[in-house]
Design a protein around this ligand. Sequence first.
Ligand code: K7E
Ligand code: CUA
Length: 691
Amino acid sequence: MSAPRRTGWIAASAAIVATLVYGFACAPANRPAGTIGTGDAASKVYVAPGTHDEFYAFLSGGFNGQVGVYGLPSGRLLKIIPVFSQFAENGYGYSEETKPMLETTFGNIPWDDLHHTALSQTNGEDDGRWLFVNANNTPRVARVDLATFETDEILQIPNSGGNHGSPFITSNSEYVLASTRFSVPIPQADVAIADYAKSFKGTISFVKADQPGKMDVAFQLLVPGYNYDLARAGKGPSKDWVFFTSYNSEQAYEKLEVNASKADKDFIAAINWKTLEACVAGGKAETWPAQYMHNTMDHATRTAQNEVKQSVKVLTPTTCPNAIYFLPTPKSPHGADVDPSGEYIVAGGKLATVIPVHSFTKLQQAIKDQAFETTIDGIPVIKYEAILAGEVKDPGLGPLHTEFDGQGYAYTSMFISSEIVKWKLGTWEIVDRAPTFYSIGHLMIPGGATTKPSGKYVVALNKITKDRYLPTGPELTQSAQIYDISGERMKLLLDFPTTGEPHYGNAIAADKIKPNQKKFFTLAENKHPQVVRNEKETGVSRSGKTVHVKMAAIRSHFSPDNLEGVQVGDTVLFHITNLEQDWDIPHGFAVMGATNAELLIMPGETRTLKWVPKTVGVYPMYCTDFCSALHQEMSGYVRVSPVGSSVPLKGNSVKAQGQVARAAARGVTLPTPPSAESANPHAGHSMPQPR
Ligand code: K7E
Ligand code: CUA
């Protein structure tokens, strides 16, 4: 039996079993795989050569610590943005300028697990300035600048044991949220794990986010020792509130699979951040010592720098009353999603048999009426019935996450039954369901987290790929699928593979991002201490065992391109400035035997590669990015002599020779300033560039 047929049969029988067991109320007949890849579907995702996609999609890369940028609807991969992981392809985390971005109080960490994305918002709408992402393992949030598509800032989160419920954003980008996935002793201490219930706590952090370079933990709220999972900020009437799911209200610390799944309900924590702000302003917060790192990219030098912060403001539910309430929610909830109107809070109870929806209006009334069933650590627990707007019955198995189309419908991912379920807000009736291939986690509608979703497509972000693509050994690609949701029924248009494992993602109209693109860095504004603004400023110098090489890169040579007088054991720092002032002309740099990655140097910037030669010899170095017809000629040598050698330190200059060659090639008379390169958009493009 062929693989596709076998899988088809398995999927069909799984659907039958699910239908038998759960008797889907309004389940339409399962549609055959024939809805896939029809000519009509193909034309809907076809973006003709030379034309652009309508949306940018930013999909988290999960365990790759990066963000994949895709065009929608084509699913074409446009860029990988390294955030928490080193990226040898462009030297992120390897160059001296970017290494500090990965610094933490635990040391320099080359990796993290990136789950969630949040685009900056103004008045509840995506504004296209920044993308925020979380590091799940070593708690951090990062800001990506959408003018450069580069990581611009990373803030470590103190008093946290894993930063999963993050970085969801408030509707004017006031705060990004960060909750601790694992409760831990706070502050950290040597404590018996069996003392979990007594000694372990959670924190919910509010990270000030509205000014680039100034992210900071404004305050933290100390909460009971549960697992805090996901979050959403409110919008419209609920915009001063944020909602966090929690599980393990059992406070189990071993065999969580069983012991954290006992209670019928856990909680959504509803928190009024304006009230917390007022408490901080009123002096109710305690200042606790806490060490955490703040890394920022200095835009003048294009060099990351570190600051260690020493304290954090902490509030508790008793020092700041009326700020947090628990909403009972079945069962081990995962996602908490707020509809575009801000009225409905939808929970994905991963073990629940319904999708519970809470009403923000009812929540306000219940608080007024004090409709509480109990209080936990100073947190009133509101009666379930008092806040429930409705339940979507028999939705399928394993509801996780919900997005909204802005037309009154919600779309919930069903992890176990591998499907998207479309249902109507207010009546809670299921109106459509579509299979996903396979095991969908998050799903994403462009603008689906805002007050104005686009309602055109939903993208399924799947955990398991199985037979969807050509097999690639034991490890298969991850997978996304795009569905047309402009009609009554969802229609699968396209599968596309993703880098890493996508958890959440966001998509935004390309028009909100495209016009702001930085095309190159202005050389005249480059304040890097080792910058060269022309080839005359290049040179080599020694200070003890450190050799600084100030080098220029311009089509199609390095200057200097030959170095002598370097000795074994020297720390050689190649500071390379790309003198080009034109779009899409990076130069690369690599030297044989360097235990490091390459550099990829953008026009107008300076990047530094550190190299410690261990043996004598003559080492080639070269440009790694096919930048012109004479790219192969863009190379040179470093001569490495024994320690104490009398070979003088020197670098030649190829300025004259290089300029003559380039001028001759273009029929220009010397002298030619480097900026003349940009006057000719085709300089160096006389042949196709195999990249
Ligand atoms: Cu559901 Cu980490 Cu958002 Cu993955 S989480 S799916
Ligand atoms: Cu510069 Cu190739």
